[in-house]
Design a protein around this ligand. Structure first.
Ligand code: ATP
Ligand code: MG
Ligand code: MG
Length: 551
């Protein structure tokens, strides 16, 4: 079956644990609360929490909340819920980088006193310009040689809010000629007159990601700070802060390749656009690759964890995972764990002419073919039933083994029926079939004939109406955001949702939110958690039955 792929970080940590160079492994998952988590974050969550679980260590949940302008409490709440739903437990309290703002400020003052940081009055554009390029060294700012006293005073006044946004920044004094642009006097603090979701109006300056991350890791005793490859060039800076500040630990940054999934975008910024512009019904729309969207669609936590195990962890950039692999992971889970049910999505009325009105035969059938623990369900057979219109053809091609005039088919879990008459409406459309039941065919073949086809059906009198939402990929092309010249929104699939009214077997009259079923012959479906909470019977198609993932 689906196996796990190599994970170089896990292997590396196993060696360290075996060699005794690390006592207790501490990792962290550090989301910025500026959007909902997506499937790419799930990879990072599974990696960080998985490693802590595996080596008896701890994984912290730390909000990387240094940019108040884009962050919100709703995102914090959603992120916590997603991590818990995936089945992980963070060690200790929920942490915030903003918990360390006082300490970070003290460390900024420390750097100033050591002549390793200065207040710069250049504008953001000038700073960019002075910084140089890959082929051209940077130039020192004219403010680079301010005295420590002057810098301390200016920094303090920045903190108190005496300057406007963009007027001044605090920069590290490292090396304007470094081949690594990240070391050309990176910014430590920016002025932001914004209210912060954790610290309110206390701060008028906010630390940069670079000045925050490694020190927060050190404060928390993180041993392995695992991040995606775009931070590789920041590692020398991460290490520079640890080497130049009296921090209480020596975390190590390890980078891995981010997850890219075809037919999908995995960027919070782009997903936020889809939400803000109304292309989807919120962050947890079942078409979204967000964890909450996948949850609402019907994915199980186990299937997402399994998928993350299957894709592995490497440093190879540019790989794109086939979305069929994700579908495979959920299918494999539900094949074993979802009870079966019958549901007709495109109802066509069938009158069973030799079944009397008031007939009350009930078939008791298995909830799951291989799971006795799932018990049985009751399928009533009545004179009128619904079948799927696609299971009938008036003039069928040769290999059509379903219903056609004069032909026989088996009703799943019940009898063989024969189509005797086709009734049409005024427009000439087939509106009803008249069929007769062969009562000698329960659990056995009819005398002298082979009936190949089996179709699903429900009692028209006792079926329950259901709304079924059928989802397709949100994007029409494999790589919606590959081409920089084309807006990814142009690749949106405008037909990614279709809603049909169907009929389900009566055992689905009452279903708990998020209960999952295999609708036999159709696919896997999940009771929409929001609709179910309002007492509505709405099913989301999670995935079809056919597996196209090429192993
Ligand atoms: P986005 O680009 O979607 O905004 P981000 O990296 O800015 O993502 P963060 O909230 O900073 O989002 O991410 C938290 C953690 O999740 C980081 O350690 C980040 O590296 C990791 N992560 C984000 N996207 C992916 C991805 N596609 N694959 C693997 N890990 C990811
Ligand atoms: Mg980030
Ligand atoms: Mg981001």
């Amino acid at each position: 079956e689906s196996t796990s792929a190599p994970n170089f970080i896990r292997n590396q940590i196993r060696e360290e644990v075996d060699a005794g160079t690390v006592d207790k492994v501490v990792t962290r998952f550090p989301p910025e609360p500026n959007g909902f988590l997506h499937i790419g974050h799930a990879k990072s969550i599974c990696l960080n929490f998985g490693i802590a679980e595996q080596f008896g260590g701890d994984c912290h949940l730390r909000f990387d909340d240094t940019n108040p302008a884009k962050e919100e409490q709703v995102y914090i709440d959603a992120i916590k819920a997603d991590v818990e739903w995936l089945g992980f437990e963070w060690a200790g309290p929920v942490r915030f980088a903003s918990d360390y703002f006082d300490q970070l400020y003290a460390w900024a003052q420390h750097l100033v006193r050591e002549d390793k940081a200065y207040v710069d009055d250049l504008s953001p554009d000038e700073i960019r310009d002075y910084r140089g390029t890959l082929t051209e060294p940077g130039r020192p700012s004219p403010y680079r040689d301010r005295s420590a006293d002057e810098n301390l005073d200016l920094l303090e006044r920045m903190r108190k809010g005496e300057f406007a946004e963009g007027e001044k920044v605090l920069r590290a004094k490292i090396d304007m000629a470094s081949p690594n642009i990240n070391l050309r006097d990176p910014i430590l603090y920016r002025i932001r007159h914004a209210s912060h979701h954790q610290t309110g109006d206390k701060w008028k300056i906010y630390p940069s990601y670079d000045f925050t991350h490694g020190q927060s890791d050190a404060i928390e005793g993180v041993t392995h700070s695992i991040c995606t490859l775009e931070f590789e060039d920041h590692r020398p800076l991460y290490d520079w802060f640890l080497a130049n500040l009296p921090v209480p630990g020596t975390p190590r940054q390890i980078e891995f390749a981010r997850l890219n999934l075809d037919y999908t975008v995995t960027s919070k910024r782009k997903l936020k656009l889809l939400v803000d512009q109304g292309f989807v019904d919120g962050w947890d729309d079942p078409r979204m690759p967000t964890i909450s969207g996948m949850r609402r669609r019907g994915y199980t936590p186990g299937s997402i964890r399994k998928f993350c195990e299957m894709i592995g962890v490497t440093r190879a950039e540019g790989g794109v995972v086939d979305i069929a692999m994700l579908y495979h992971a959920i299918r494999a889970d539900l094949e074993d764990n979802a009870p079966r049910a019958m549901c007709v999505l495109k109802p066509l009325k069938v009158v069973l002419t030799n079944v009397p009105a008031g007939h009350d035969e009930v078939f008791e059938v298995a909830g799951h073919p291989a799971r006795d623990d799932m018990g049985t369900r009751r399928l009533p057979l009545t004179r009128e039933i619904w079948i799927d219109a696609d299971d009938f053809m008036e003039a069928p091609p040769k290999k059509f083994f379903r219903l056609a005039p004069g032909k026989e088919v088996r009703l799943r879990n019940a009898y063989v029926i024969r189509c005797d008459e086709v009734i049409k409406d005024a427009a000439g459309e087939v509106s009803e079939l008249r069929c007769s039941v062969d009562f000698d065919t329960l659990g056995q073949n009819p005398e002298g004939r082979k009936v190949k086809g089996v179709i699903h059906w429900v009692s028209a009198e006792q079926a329950v109406p259901v709304e079924v939402r059928l989802y397709d990929n949100l994007f029409q092309v494999e790589a919606p955001d590959r081409d920089r010249d084309v807006d990814f929104l142009e690749h949106l699939n405008r037909d990614s949702l279709s809603v049909v009214e169907g009929y389900a077997e009566p055992s689905l009259a009452e279903v708990a939110p998020e209960s999952r079923y295999q609708f036999e012959r159709i696919g896997y479906f999940c009771a929409d958690r929001h609709a179910a909470a309002e007492g509505k019977r709405v099913f989301n198609r999670i995935v079809g039955l056919k597996d196209s993932w090429a192993r």
